[in-house]
Design a binder for this molecule. Structure first.
Ligand code: CMC
Length: 393
């Protein structure tokens, strides 16, 4: 069987070739299809970036209009999907509902599981997924709140429609705020892809068995939910709230994170690849300041976040290990400022990461990659004889 090398956590194993996202962890560089993340976050919109990731080029106006128009046309979900909501406990985590309902699309569109779809059929699945995830995501929140569900509005752009489905805007006073729409676009762009991270590798691995796009993405959503991955953004805010409740002593919590007897880690700090800084964190930090000042919000948690960052960045433990704030550290502050509740943070990450998952699934299919099937080094008993139950001790 040849020689098997173990690389726990795949720290040095390249799983695939990819032309989607370039990432240099030493220099803090992130580019989608060659375009620097800083330029995309500043100048683009989420749907334009989604098109770029999925189809490999920036769209012309006509291509973008068609893409956005198609997505708008498909935002309604089957009425029977609504009924599934009734089966979940009211306190269910929105990520549990999201992953289940995205998987349920394979039941509503059974043809989507075919391994031999044409380009047009794959495109339709892509559009459906991009469209329906925002409706389902907003409904997980409405369902948890016990509110009536808002149906999508076709006159609104992607981000505005999502905000409408989340919050409703019954009067002028509560009209959709352009600062909030712009912040949401930025956050989703920054999360849109990150090469072979845990959830994306999951999507590719599941997809490599010729599993459907919906099934593969549903698996990715579950991977993303883990607190060491996308679940960290919810944990960051809960950590900041815990520090606040504890009297705001950030140094005490930094010390707790350093204590090897204590499993606590500073959430929103550290990254497998970025060992100097996370370029997304830089952009988000600036965006957080802008959004808070534009909305006139004075958030004491932001002060705690700043103190925590300062305490960690000047501490030998974190300096020696190259641990810096990552994308999740400041995203929660913005989500909170624009009214997104904490338990929805990871759902927001999933909304943003979806085009990346789709692009990677598509690339894997187009490159006709073989089924992913890692090997192992067996460390168990070599061979023993079966013993009857009455003879066992
Ligand atoms: N707080 C305290 N110590 C830390 C932290 C942290 N946040 N992150 C890493 N360390 C320490 C760790 O204890 C280890 O110390 P030692 O060398 O003494 O054993 C050393 O740094 C290396 O850690 P590691 O776990 O081997 O590093 P990794 O590359 O496997 O892990 C990570 C990366 C992101 C899982 C980790 O830094 C972490 O757990 N961070 C907190 C969770 C978090 O914010 N996750 C979001 C990641 S960014 C968005 C995403 O990918 O979804």
């Amino acid at each position: 069987t040849g020689y098997i090398t173990i690389d726990s956590g795949y720290k040095n194993t390249g799983a695939t070739k990819s032309a989607i996202t370039f990432l240099d962890g030493e220099e803090g560089i992130l580019r989608y299809r060659g375009y620097p993340i800083e330029q995309l976050a500043e100048k683009s919109t989420f749907l334009e970036v989604a098109y770029l990731l999925i189809y490999g080029k920036l769209p012309t106006q006509a291509e973008l209009d068609n893409f956005a128009g198609q997505i708008t046309k498909h935002t309604l979900v089957h009425e029977d999907v609504r009924k599934i909501f009734d089966g979940f406990p009211s306190a269910a985590h929105p990520m549990a509902i999201l992953s289940s309902l995205i998987c349920s699309l394979t039941a509503f569109y059974p043809e989507s599981v075919s391994p031999d779809l044409s380009k047009e059929e794959i495109d339709l699945n892509v559009i459906r997924l991009m469209a329906k995830i925002s409706t389902i995501a907003a409904w997980t929140y409405k369902n948890n709140m016990g509110h009536p569900l808002n149906y999508p509005r076709n006159d609104l752009d992607y981000c505005s429609n999502f905000l409408y489905m989340m919050f409703s805007f019954p009067t002028e006073k509560y009209a959709i705020n352009p600062t909030v729409v712009s912040a949401l676009n930025k956050l989703l762009i920054l999360h849109a892809d990150h090469e072979q991270n845990c959830s994306t590798s999951t999507v590719r691995l599941v997809g490599s068995a010729n599993a459907s796009l919906y099934g593969s993405v549903s698996a990715g959503i579950n991977a993303l939910w883990g607190p060491l991955h996308g679940g960290a953004n919810q944990e960051v805010l809960e950590m900041l709230q815990a520090i606040q409740k504890d009297g705001g002593n950030t140094q005490k919590w930094v010390d707790k994170a350093k204590d090897k007897e204590d499993s606590f880690r500073l959430m929103g700090f550290g990254h497998r690849v970025y060992k100097n800084f996370d370029p997304r964190a830089k952009i988000i930090k600036k965006a957080a300041d802008e959004v808070l000042s534009a909305l006139g919000i004075d958030d004491p948690l932001l002060t705690i976040a700043q103190e925590l960052e300062q305490a960690a960045l000047t501490d030998d433990y974190f300096i020696k290990r190259n641990i810096y704030p990552n994308v999740d550290f400041y995203s929660g502050i913005i989500y909170r400022a624009i009214g997104i509740p904490t338990e929805m943070f990871t759902v927001m990450f999933a909304l943003g990461r979806l085009p990346g998952w789709i692009a990677q699934w598509k690339e894997m299919r187009e490159n006709k990659e073989p089924i992913g099937r890692p090997r192992q080094v067996y460390t168990g008993e070599l061979e023993r004889d079966y013993v009857g139950i009455d003879q066992r001790s």
